[in-house]
Every structure is written in C-alpha cells, then in structure tokens.
Design a protein. Structure first.
Length: 174
C-alpha cells in the first residue's frame, strides 16, 4: 500500500495577478524523520512548481492542490494509491470539506449577490477529486517559529521558502 503526504503552498503577486504553486509528495514514512535530519536541499530536489497567471490567492491555492492531485493520478494510474494526507496552510482549502454541503446545496450561488461563486468550477473539481481519492486535509500553521518545528512544520517551511523564492525569480526577471 502506498501512503503519501502531499504538501502544497503558493506565493502570489496580487498586483500582477501572478502566482507560483508548489507541491511536494513524499511517503508518509518521511514524516517520521527527525526534523533536524530533513534538509532543504532534499525538499527542493523533490518540489515541483508551476506558474499561474490571472489568479488570486484563493484561486491559486485551489488550483495548486488540483494540479498536484492531477499529477498524482497520472503517476499512479493502474496502481493503488493508498492513503493521502494533504498539508496546507490555506484556510480556504482546509475549510472546503466543511463547506461542501452548503456550497453544493446552494448550487455554488452566493447568498448576497445570487451569482455563481467566482471559483465554483474549481470547488466542483476539488470535490470530485476528493470523491475519487478520499484524501485527508490537514491545516498547517504557516510561518511558525523554527524552535517549534516538528517534521511536518520543517518540511512545510522549506516548501514555503522555495515557492516564495520561485515567485521572486519569476517576477524580478526582465
């Protein structure tokens, strides 16, 4: 059985509507490592990033998770995935499962404006991916003190750092 942990994070330039999404897929056993044994280079080597344009923070967070899950489905075509834990610091992504009944019952229509939610299509894709893969969402507190890092927080801080660096390189390139 293949049990995995998926870390996702994003970095956004809201003025230019440009963002970088990143994900790291590791076996769950990797989380049993001592935090001081996990090196940034090891995380950087496994991290995948992707550029997104015409995006917002909420949209980018969901786009990144969907992209990672799509890659995961392609990688495990024909084999058993096992369990999947998704680690994110996104309040939106972490709260989507709690909001599922309300969103689906309303047809993804906003109460106040009676308009279709901006990210309705992405939310539908997210729920379809959940139905197919049955993953577990775990909210990580972002930007915590280094002294309080366990393996999950250490890995997440490296993912965060690399994604921010990738955005800076992209935006600052003439």
């Amino acid at each position: 059985m293949n049990n995995f942990a998926l870390f996702t994070d994003v970095s956004l330039n809201p003025q230019r509507k440009l963002g970088i999404g990143g994900y790291l897929l590791v076996p769950v056993s990797f989380l049993e490592s001592e935090p001081h044994d996990i090196e940034q280079g090891e995380v950087s080597a496994r991290l995948k990033t992707r550029r997104f344009t015409e995006t917002s923070s909420t949209k980018l967070e969901v786009q990144t998770v969907l992209w990672a899950l799509d890659d995961l489905r392609k990688e495990f075509t024909g084999s058993t995935l096992g369990s999947l834990q998704i680690y994110t610091d996104s309040q939106c992504v972490a709260g989507l499962m709690k909001r599922r009944n309300t969103l689906t019952n309303s047809g993804f229509i906003a109460k106040r404006s009676s308009r279709l939610l901006t990210n309705a299509t992405l939310y539908r894709e997210f729920y379809a991916a959940y139905d197919q893969l049955g993953f577990q969402l775990i909210k990580v507190s972002g930007h915590s003190r280094t002294s309080s890092h366990d393996a999950v927080h250490r890995i997440f801080s490296y993912v965060d750092r690399e994604v921010r660096k990738a955005l800076t390189l992209w935006v600052d390139t003439p």
